[in-house]
Design a protein around this ligand. Sequence first.
Ligand code: GLN
Length: 274
Amino acid sequence: MSVRRAAGARAAHPSVLRIASVYPELLGTYGDGGNAAILATRAGWRGQPAEVVSVQAGDPLPRDCDVYLLGGGEDEPQALAAAGISNGQALGAAVDGGAVLFAVCAGLQIIGTSFPGTDGKVHAGAGLVDLVTTPGATRAVGDLVVDPRSELGLDVLYGYENHRGRTSLGVGLDPLGTVRRGIGNGAGQRLVGGTRGLTGGDVEGIWAARGAGLVVGTYLHGPALAQNPQLADRLLDEAAPGLAPMDSSDARAVAADRAAAALRAARAGQTSRG
Ligand code: GLN
């Protein structure tokens, strides 16, 4: 599985980067809508005009966005969101055409083949990637700290998790990383150090090419891209190859990165204290 998208992905950055926030009223419980704001703002700081397209439940999903964001939610809204997404093939077609999909928690569960509902029923997912979610014995609640696969070249990722589901990745589907602290996918799948550039440990999330696009999923709330701006910039690089680096003379960008660094340093201190 390649780290980057397959050849044929968008060659140059678009005039306006379109970021779809999918069903924010259903998948916005944990503040993951902030990911859209982070991406649009950081794109602007990198000289790339961007707009957030808020897709309300019941509206057709646009096929022409560059980034699609799915957030977390409670079981009932999650089931409604999944039904809306799998009714059309728009999301799969957009990713196949080169878009980047970033899916958090309920969003991660929805893009797989099935997930559990409160009613004990198994709900069909959108089937975009080969993963399945089953109910856990307990709720996973608390800090989640993730070591990204080393081949991704990303720093440690910080956030929090709150989910009952446990997610198993299909054969050949690579995780985002491994769990340093918390539960993450929590399905007992482990990766051994050295294999495919992995750090070892329990797996978390996914990072998978699909067609000319990229699917990244995680249990990290936070919102994840606010606490991990390097990941935000990486998703922008994937969605708009050739993007300029951050303008270091932009005081807002410098202040934002300083704030994120301070937060990350505090989290690192907490983590080392156990
Ligand atoms: N409803 C799902 C679960 O509990 C996802 C929760 C979430 O998105 N935080 O597993």
